[in-house]
Design a protein around this ligand. Structure first.
Ligand code: UD1
Ligand code: UDP
Length: 373
């Protein structure tokens, strides 16, 4: 049984679900918690994936207690009913943690995809670092994306035989989408039309910064500072556009709309479908984000990334020089974006395409391991 609930988990688990469903000797059940609703459904639709079970837990404005307890109770009933041999979870969300806990209580084996990422600070990101640590304690199989994540797990005393380095399945998803779009001219036309409806500037010929942000630890003052920085940059650089597909969380929507709505070269748009987002990412000049997944995708497309966090569990691209941590400080964001917009040599060194997170075959490795276990 594969279980996931949010947008990024769905993107990263979709190619694995397809590979598992192709196997004649494995019965695969796809269970979504729907911790996200609209943003999850967008991904299911793009990847043409129909879940077998939908726990439908999302409530507008839910907190961590709501999500954890609802998933735990619903997973209890689902596990009793379905009796899976193994449950595969992904990453570091509350879906991941609560599902693993339900499996632990029921004595069901757990496989953890994207295992071993660590900042080594339990509060950052919050609550994700705790979620992946606790899932790591419960998991029987750890699918680590990189050598570093394997090293983190070994340092915690995990058995070497229970860890397999697979690459990150996000690269499988990215390859899948790029291949589909490249193979079908009508697809890129449709994407262009959809993006044209949302962006009334020539985004194929004009420099723009692509922005996303949703981290809990940035709520409040952090988001106010981030938005003030974007506002100041937009006013200072009228020829550069700032495109921000807004996460549906009200803690994000409110400050961003209050500070950035109505500025000519700032585009606040709805969450984009994955294909459209990847297409836009390829066209962007640079990325400003606090997202986890985008730190993995952007280096693969040769886009410099400024990460609005103090710490990252994905240091590989920071070490390679294409990702830089800038925190949520207004001055730091303005200083670093200004540098990249004006210093061509620096921009070039940060725009080197590389793939520290995988080769697009992570799902094959996971499926082979599961079949052999
Ligand atoms: C969750 C994950 C985070 C992950 C992020 C990806 C936890 C604790 N957090 O954070 O690790 O990086 O997803 O985006 O697991 N909403 C909608 N529609 C949607 C999705 C969200 O309206 O499709 C709104 C709802 O009001 C919801 C709120 O956003 O209550 C928060 O969603 P939630 O999943 O609790 O937290 P995220 O901040 O999205
Ligand atoms: N993404 C998307 N549409 C958007 C913004 C992001 O499809 O409008 C994708 C992005 O390519 C990445 C994932 O969503 O794969 C990241 O999700 P998010 O930032 O919500 O979560 P995180 O990765 O931080 O957990």
């Amino acid at each position: 049984m594969v279980v996931f609930g949010t947008r990024p988990e769905a993107i990263k688990m979709a190619p694995l679900c397809h590979r598992l469903r192709e196997q004649k000797d494995i019965e695969t059940i796809i269970c979504v918690t729907a911790q996200h609703r609209e943003m999850l459904d967008q991904v299911l639709s793009i990847f043409e994936l129909t879940p077998d079970i939908d726990l439908n837990v999302m409530k507008k404005g839910q907190d961590l207690y709501d999500v954890t307890s609802n998933i735990l109770l619903k997973m209890r009933d689902t596990l009793k009913e379905e009796k899976p041999d193994i449950v595969i979870v992904h990453g570091d969300t509350t879906t991941t943690f609560a599902t693993s806990l339900a499996c632990f209580y029921m004595g069901v084996k757990v496989g953890h995809v994207e295992a071993g990422l660590r900042t080594h600070d339990i509060h950052a990101p919050f609550p994700e670092e705790y979620n992946r640590l606790s899932t790591g304690i419960i998991a029987d199989y750890h699918f680590a994306p990189t050598d570093l994540s394997q090293k983190n797990l070994l340092a915690e005393g995990k058995n070497k035989e229970s860890i397999i380095v697979t690459g990150n399945t996000v690269i499988d998803a990215l390859h899948l989408v790029l291949k589909t779009v490249d193979a079908d001219k009508n697809k890129s036309k449709d994407i262009t039309l959809r993006l044209n409806e949302r962006l009334s500037f020539d985004w194929k010929a004009t420099r723009f910064v692509l922005i996303t942000g949703h981290r809990r630890e940035n709520f409040g003052q952090g988001f106010l500072d981030i938005c003030e920085a974007i506002k100041e940059l937009a006013i200072k650089n009228p020829d550069t556009h700032f495109v921000y597909p807004l996460h549906l969380n009200p803690n994000v929507q409110k400050p961003v709309n209050e500070i950035l709505l109505g500025i000519d070269n700032v585009w606040l748009i709805e969450p984009l479908e994955y294909e459209d987002f990847v297409y836009l990412l390829k066209q962007s000049y640079l990325v400003l984000t606090d997202s986890g997944g985008i730190q993995e995708e952007a280096p693969s497309l040769g886009k410099p990334v400024l990460v609005m966090r103090e710490l990252t569990e994905r240091p590989e691209a920071v070490e390679a020089g294409t990702v830089k941590l800038v925190g949520a400080s207004r001055e730091n964001i303005i200083f670093n974006i200004d540098l990249l917009l004006n210093d061509e040599a620096l921009y070039k060194t940060m725009s080197r395409a590389h793939n520290p997170y995988g080769d697009g075959k992570a799902c094959d490795r996971i499926v082979e391991y599961i079949k052999g276990s």
